[in-house]
Design a protein around this ligand. Structure first.
Ligand code: NAD
Ligand code: MG
Length: 392
């Protein structure tokens, strides 16, 4: 048992990862303590979370929701401090009493809070994969400079982290991330043109936020994860692969130079990787039951058809191109997915928008962080210009 509880800051507390994280913390109150939470709006839900966990540092990004919360101080535990906007997220990330910051906000907004946490010497548990896709080399270099750990929360990366422990980098031939195939895994290709947001949000195995669920349907999620893995584990692009595995029980395969493979298995629930990241290197009992071997089940693997999932092919291309190309891939994808979810873009146009933007963007061989952020903004502008005009 640790001498004192590990103090956790949770950015993105009202989302899907946030909910699973709160379950893990509630199941391990002897080892973990939630000290700060943040979300975009939904201040009443944040207040309820603060009351349940006795949290007195609360971040609310949206101005309107922040004003409403300030007008209702009785909803929060006595002495609660409210933090607004991006600066509020940064303040929470460097909270003096915190040991670990879990970043689980959607998209790249979490980059600055993540860098603030690293600079303040906090360990980082990273769910927001877009951060490493945008700025992987900078985030990893900062973590090394400040001697902090980056603990992967994404299930596949958490699985790789577990399989790699104790093995020298030179012994690793490649890693293979498993992909469920998303909502359209079993759809005939000709039906995809009609796919609606409601169809894409019906994920067969995982319950997650809307953006990542659409990314699962295009396999952009796996593309983003390959780029994320490259940075987290210091691998070359050709050492990162993906395989279709419909059951989502095996989360990765790590192949060593002698041809042996290690895999990590657990039920498809994020409490497993979240618990591992929050409590590493301890392994107390799980938040949920382990995989049952009392009933028969099969594990199936098949190659991913990249013709059917162009977002995976594009991810591989931007990994090889390097520079600001992964940032542009991610930025254009964020814009296209938001437009698809808003009913403004057909499903099959998501990869078309991303491919068009990538073709338009200049290549930047070794950009600094400012150039990468500029490329991100430029790719967003260009992607928006390729969306169909909004209905009057
Ligand atoms: P979600 O949409 O369910 O929740 C997002 C959370 O971020 C919410 O709490 C929301 O309030 C908060 N947020 C959004 N914008 C914000 C802002 N401007 N300021 C403060 N908070 C803000 O999303 P999710 O499924 O929980 O995913 C979160 C991240 O974790 C994503 O980057 C996703 O790729 C990654 N991830 C999720 C899963 C999963 O199972 N859900 C698995 C692996 C990785
Ligand atoms: Mg994942």
């Amino acid at each position: 048992m640790s001498a004192r509880r590990k103090r956790i800051v949770l950015l993105g507390a009202t989302g899907s990862i946030g909910e699973s994280t709160r379950r893990v913390i509630a199941a391990h109150r002897d080892r973990l303590e939630l000290v700060a939470v943040a979300g975009r709006g939904r201040w009443e839900q944040l207040a309820a979370i603060a009351r349940e966990h006795g949290v007195r540092e609360v971040g609310i990004f949206d101005e309107g929701a922040l004003a409403a919360a300030r007008a209702s101080p009785a909803a929060f535990p006595p002495g609660t401090r409210l933090h607004g906007g991006l600066e509020g997220l940064r303040e929470l990330a460097r909270l003096p009493e915190a040991d670990l910051v879990l970043v689980a906000v959607v998209g790249t907004l979490g980059l600055e809070p993540a860098l603030a946490a690293i600079a303040a010497g906090k360990d980082l548990a990273l769910a927001s994969k877009e951060i490493l896709v945008l700025a992987g080399p900078f985030v990893m270099a900062e973590a090394r400079r400040h001697g902090v750990r980056i603990l992967p929360v994404d299930s596949e990366h958490n699985a790789v982290f577990q399989c790699l422990e104790g093995h020298p980098a030179a012994a690793v031939r490649r890693i293979v991330l498993t992909a469920s195939g998303g909502a359209f895994r079993d759809w005939p290709a000709e039906r995809l043109a009609q796919a609606t947001p409601a169809d894409a949000l019906r994920h067969p195995n995982w319950s997650m936020g809307p953006k990542i669920t659409v990314d699962s349907a295009t396999l952009a999620n796996k593309g983003l994860e390959l780029i994320e893995a490259q940075h987290l584990f210091g691998l070359r692009p050709e050492q990162c692969g993906a395989v279709l595995h419909p059951q989502s029980i095996v989360h990765c395969l790590v192949e060593f130079t002698d041809g042996a493979m290690l895999a990590q298995l657990c039920p498809p629930s994020m409490t497993f990787p979240i618990q591992h990241a929050l409590l590493h290197p301890e392994r107390p009992p799980g938040t949920e039951p382990a995989l049952s071997l009392e009933r028969a089940f099969g594990l199936e693997f098949r190659p991913v058809d990249e013709a059917r999932f162009p977002m995976l092919r594009l991810a591989r291309e931007v990994m090889v191109a390097g520079g600001a190309a992964p940032a542009a891939y991610n930025a254009a994808n964020e814009v296209a997915v938001a437009a698809f979810l808003a009913g403004r873009l057909p499903f099959l146009a998501i990869p078309r928008v991303v491919e068009t933007v990538l073709a338009e963007m200049p290549t930047l061989p070794s950009p600094d962080l400012a150039a990468v952020l500029a490329a991100d903004a430029e790719a967003r502008r260009r992607a928006a210009a390729h969306l169909p005009a909004a209905n009057p």
